[in-house]
Design a protein around this ligand. Sequence first.
Ligand code: SF4
Length: 96
Amino acid sequence: MTKSRTRVETPLLPIIGNFRTTQWMDLGLCRDNAPEVFFPSDGAGVEKARKICGGCEVKDLCLEYALVEEIEHGVWGGASERERRRIKKRRRDGAF
Ligand code: SF4
């Protein structure tokens, strides 16, 4: 049996025409860091990425983008894969 995927839509993510804009990425603090920092292999690495995200002005957009696009790997918007799965589950369950 295959599991049906429910897309998580959000009013936070800018949508222009049929295109979801990713211009916010130009403002992300991750631009000044190696990409590997945001794809950590352990909890210490997640903490390091989360600290950077904590000071990022596009953190909320980044998290919503990762949720809507169902990005499974890496730290986005300060949330690890596991945290994003929890957020998606809470939203599906209607408990924000
Ligand atoms: S929240 Fe983190 S991953 Fe997202 S744009 Fe900012 S620094 Fe990059």
